[in-house]
Design a protein around this ligand. Structure first.
Ligand code: SF4
Length: 205
């Protein structure tokens, strides 16, 4: 599993225990691609869990999900298509609509998505979970890790793998795979509150 000599790269570079059954929360195909490639190269076959009720509008959600399915199935992995209930997500975000990105709305959004991932993991025999959200330089890694730890605490029986998925050359590899697979590359994080004016648009995931 872990490659000899590579452990020193980061304390969380490899899973906290050998032979994990890993549930990988995926936010989109571009962010998932280099992570999945790395996992397979290290003999870890994740099951991919797509739970992103934050994405708006529905057409955008379908487009991102279809791209994720295209990549995940091309790797011979199982794809779990979880619920899309954007109205319920909006209720959860009530009062936080005007928060900036990386603020308390994003914390609640991560909490919600990772709690559902942990719930699914704990009830379906996955002893480890992690998220591709942690690969985005536009998001707060601290918020994501806080959400992952909280989710694991709430759902005993599974552990959050707190890895910085931006390190180890994965950011660069993500950009290569983005071109190689010609992925649809979204221009905003996901919810309606993150849609920006065209002149300010930048790649968000
Ligand atoms: S900006 Fe992104 S992380 Fe923040 S609430 Fe919206 S979808 Fe969630």
């Amino acid at each position: 599993m872990p490659r000899p000599g590579a452990q020193s790269l980061s304390p969380h570079m490899f899973p906290p225990f050998p032979h994990p059954r890993l549930l990988l929360h995926s936010c989109c195909a571009p962010c998932s691609s280099a992570i999945i490639e790395w996992l397979l190269q290290n003999d870890i076959r994740p099951t991919v869990f797509y739970y992103n009720p934050n994405i708006f509008p529905r057409e955008e959600y379908d487009k991102r999900k279809d791209e994720a399915i295209r990549f995940v199935t091309s790797q011979g992995l199982e794809f779990i298509d979880a619920d899309y209930d954007h109205a319920a997500w909006l209720c959860e975000m009530s009062g936080l609509e005007q928060e900036p990105e990386r603020g308390s709305r994003c914390q609640r959004c991560f909490d919600l998505r990772l709690c559902e991932t942990a719930r699914y993991a704990a009830t379906h025999g996955f002893n480890l979970f992690t998220t591709t959200l942690a690969s985005s330089r536009w998001k707060s890694l601290e918020q994501i890790n806080r959400a992952g730890r909280l989710a694991a605490e709430r759902h005993p029986g599974t552990t959050f793998w707190e890895r910085n998925w931006r390190k180890g050359g994965l950011q660069e590899r993500r950009n290569q795979l983005l071109k190689q697979y010609a992925f649809y590359n979204q221009l905003y994080c996901g919810c309606e509150f993150s849609i920006r004016a065209p002149q300010n648009v930048s790649v968000s995931n």
